[in-house]
Structure formats: C-alpha cells, structure tokens
Design a protein around this ligand. Structure first.
Ligand code: GDP
Length: 475
C-alpha cells in the first residue's frame, strides 16, 4: 500500500530531490508516478546541471509554442504539401518525429537519442502514437502534447519510409540527389545497427549544416545513438555544457521523459510493496536469452549462480557446519525478470532446500513469465515497462549482454550493473560477467562515420563497450 501523502508537501520534496529536472504544472492524479517516484526511489546522487534544467524549461516553452494545435504547427505542416520543398513562410519551428521500432527497450533508447538531438538542435520532438505509447507513458511536456496528431500529413507514408524511399537521407546522398538550392521539407533518417555508410553521414558536422535547414525529420532507429552525437564537434561543445558529467545523459533524460501511466505505476507499486520494500537489500537479475530456441538452459543457470557468487551478490549455500546463524537474519530480495519463469524457480529452490552460508534469508520474486515477446500487446508491454522500472529500483543489478531492456533499467536506476557475457557453445563463459564502466547504455552497433574517425580518438569519455567491441558508450 502507498502511504497517504500530503500532495503539496510531496510535490515540493519531489521537486527538490530531482534537482529541478521535472516539469511542473501537471494534474497530479492523472499521472501518479510523476509525484510518487521519490517514495520508492532513493534520491539520485547525480544532479542535473543548471544548464540542463534551464534548457529543459526553454524546450518546454518551445514545445508549447510549436506543438500540435499551435499556429506554428499548422504553418509547418502546410509546407509538407508544397512539392515537398520548403517555402519562405513555413514558420520558425522545426520538428523531429520519433517512430517505434523493435522492442520496448530499443524504443526507449531511440527516443532518448531523438530527444537529445532535439535539445541540441532546437527541434520539437513529436512521437508516433499509433502503437501503445499512451498506455505506457504520461505526457512529459506541460500544457501541450508530444503526440503526433493522427492527421499529420505524412502519417500514411511513415510506414513506407525505408532505405529505398526517395526521401531517405542516406539514399539521397548515395544517389547524389541532395541539392543545396532545392531544400526538401522533410527527410527520413535511418539509424539502425546495419545502417549503410551513407546513412551514418547524418553524424557528420558538414551534413548537419545541411540538415539544419530541413523543417521535418522522421527518424527510425533501434539504437541508443547519443554517443555518436557527442562525436560531432559542434554538438560536443553544447553537450558538455548540458552534461558536465558525461555518463548521465540517459539517466537525466529518461527520468525527465518517462513517467509510467497509472496502470503501469499500479503494477510497480504493488510488486514493490508486496515483495521488495521490507528487504534489507534488493538484487535485480535480468535474464535475457537470445539463443534460438530461447528458454531455460542449464549453462545459463550455472552462469547466473557463478556470477552472483563470485561477485558476492548472493551468498553461497551452507555446507554442514558452515551455517552462520543469527537471531535477526538479513533479508535479501532477488527480483528476477525474464520471459522464462524457470530461472527464478530454480533459484528459489536452491535457497529453500539449503540455508545460505551467511545466514541471510533470500527471497526470490519474478513478477511475470511471458515466455515470448509480444511487443505492441498492451498488457504485455505494460508488464515489461513495470519490470524495467522495478529493476531500476534495486540496489545492485545483474543484466544480460546486449539487452536494451537491461540498459534502460541500469540508466534509470543510476546503476553500474554486472553484465552476463554471452554464452558460447552452450557453455557458461569464464569469467561469467563483467562490471559495467558506467550506467550509460551501450550504442550496440555504433553508427560511426568516417568523419568521426578523428573525434573518437580525441574523446576519452566515449569508449568501446565492456562486452561488445562493435559498440560505444559514454563513461
Ligand atoms: P532486448 O531485445 O533485450 O534488447 O529488449 P527489448 O525491450 O527491446 O525487447 C524485448 C521485449 O521482450 C521486451 O520489450 C518485452 O516485450 C519482452 N521481454 C524481454 N524480457 C522481458 C522480461 O524480463 N520481462 C518482461 N515482462 N518482458 C520481457
């Protein structure tokens, strides 16, 4: 149960604990998570810079002025009909449209990347609402909406945007159809793990000076590409001012943007209060099995036990005479998230059948076991989001390599997880896991263009990921 709050006091303390990050001026009852988060989450040790806070306030004003329903929005959408070329009275607002691709973790990562881009290029971010975004998140910007209106002139085209489309920027570069005297009103930007060299040129300074004149950008991506934005020199200058602590980009912007809806927040608080709140310490275990077929494998179970014991995250089992008996044993809760329920069943049995060597009591809890990914099914996605949130509330976290689901949890939680390496040849890897260098997500297949070859050498806070040499991350 949630304690009863004096909302106005709560509001004040919530605003101070988030360092002024959150927007104000919302109806509290319609989005409880915005105000109740601080009752479950310890205050973040990472404070947003004053530059970031004031940038967010000015972004909110920009969004209100240019957002759906405004005169500026009407003027800006009008140009989309004009031979797709810009005209002089198109207005002063520019936009970047986010679209949902792949699973929930990928979507959250790409949205934070789009928002980072919007902040540094003074564009307004609008989100494609045809999937279940409104069942998952509350509106983040006060007095306006982030939802792309359903009568947006390009709505029917969004699904057909791909690498063969004539408005795909990479394809235009490839076919030499970019013409600086005929500026298009919109471009489609393709940023995926397998994007082509021409698509990656989006991340070049020179190309950005052309793109900055385009009123509408529609982005499809499955990546966290914020690290690549840091490799554009003029962007880096702006980003350093907003994020003097470079590894806090995702942490701050995800807190700012993502407020689960009341239905999702209900799932989070019920689980938390029933299973986690009484524990002395909570360990999160995110188990994602990428092999085909997926499911329960003994070598994965062995790897989990080996990592958690080696890193002293869970106690060993007592052998005869080795048990440590205390009158008031510590309670450690283990929150397991996985599509497969067998891993937590096995862990539960382990600590039921034998005592721990330290005398600690281990309570294992897994909120759901959906078996298969069912992205875009409302309840399935809501459970996934609730579990990402619960993982972010833990004290220590173990995640699975290259899982964006785990990346979101670690970033939100401000946690440096232990990452389980990918098993090879059906064997538990040795060592089984590695500690992350930072809480930032890994940009799994970094869209690094040839133009960034030099900047990456002179940017010590962008490093190759711990578990993935093809990826880069902020540290
Ligand atoms: P990734 O594939 O691990 O990078 O993560 P994504 O979130 O992008 O896609 C995986 C999807 O599978 C999630 O969004 C969920 O729909 C589902 N899924 C994977 N692991 C879990 C889990 O531990 N719990 C729940 N509820 N769903 C999961």
């Amino acid at each position: 149960l949630l304690p009863s709050y004096n909302i106005s006091n709560l509001n004040k303390s919530h605003l101070t604990t988030t360092g002024g990050l959150f927007a104000t001026g919302f109806d509290e009852e319609s989005c409880l998570s915005r105000y109740h988060q601080s009752s479950l989450r310890k205050p973040s040790p990472f404070k947003p810079s004053t530059n970031l806070v004031s940038k967010l306030r000015s972004y909110e004003m920009l969004h209100k002025r240019c957002g759906p329903g405004s005169d500026a929005y009407k003027r800006a959408t009008k140009q989309l009909g004009n031979n797709n070329l810009i005209n002089s009275n198109g207005g002063d607002c520019q936009y970047v449209v986010w679209t949902p691709m792949f699973g929930l973790g990928n979507r959250i990562l790409s949205m934070v990347s789009v928002f980072t881009y919007a902040l540094i290029t003074d564009r307004v971010m609008l989100v494609d609402q045809r999937n279940d975004i409104t069942d998952l998140f509350c509106e983040p910007f006060p007095g306006t909406s982030w939802l792309l209106p359903s009568d947006f002139p390009l709505t029917d085209q969004i699904d057909s945007f791909n690498r063969t489309h004539s408005h795909c920027y990479g394809t235009m570069l490839k076919n030499h159809t970019v013409n600086s005297t005929r500026t298009p009103s919109h471009l489609y930007i393709d940023i995926f793990h397998d994007s082509r060299d021409h698509d990656k040129m989006f991340f070049c300074e020179e190309n950005q000076s052309f793109i900055k004149n385009i009123p509408w950008l529609v982005v499809k991506s499955n990546l966290y590409y914020a690290p690549s934005l840091w490799l554009i020199p003029s962007f880096q200058t702006k980003l350093i001012k907003l994020f003097p602590q470079k590894d806090t980009v995702f942490h701050h912007l995800s807190h700012y943007l993502f407020h689960p809806t009341n239905q999702v927040w209900g799932m989070v608080t019920r689980s938390y209060n029933a299973y986690l709140s009484r524990a002395d310490e909570v360990l999160g275990l995110q188990i994602r099995v990428f092999s085909t077929p997926s499911g329960y494998f003994q070598h994965v179970m062995d790897q989990i036990v080996s990592c958690t014991q080696r890193e002293k995250l869970l106690p060993e089992l007592a052998t005869k005479g080795s048990q440590n008996i205390t009158k008031t044993p510590r309670l450690k809760a283990v929150l397991v998230t996985s599509l497969h329920p067998e891993y937590s069943d096995e862990l539960k049995n382990m600590f039921l059948e034998r005592p721990s060597s330290t005398g600690e009591l281990i309570e294992v809890y897994q909120p759901s076991g959906e078996r298969v990914q069912q992205t875009d099914k409302k309840l399935h996605d809501q459970k996934a989001l609730a579990e990402i949130y619960l993982l972010s509330l833990t004290d220590k976290l173990v995640t699975s390599t290259r899982s964006t689901f785990g990346y979101v949890a670690q970033g939100l939680g401000g946690l440096k997880p232990w990452i389980l390496y990918e098993p090879r040849h059906k064997k538990a890897p040795d060592p089984p896991c590695v500690r992350a260098m930072s809480m930032e997500p890994c940009s799994l297949k970094a869209p690094i263009s040839a133009c960034q070859a030099e900047t990456i050498k002179t940017t010590p806070f962008v490093k190759y990921c711990e578990d993935r040499i093809t990826g880069i991350k902020l540290v």
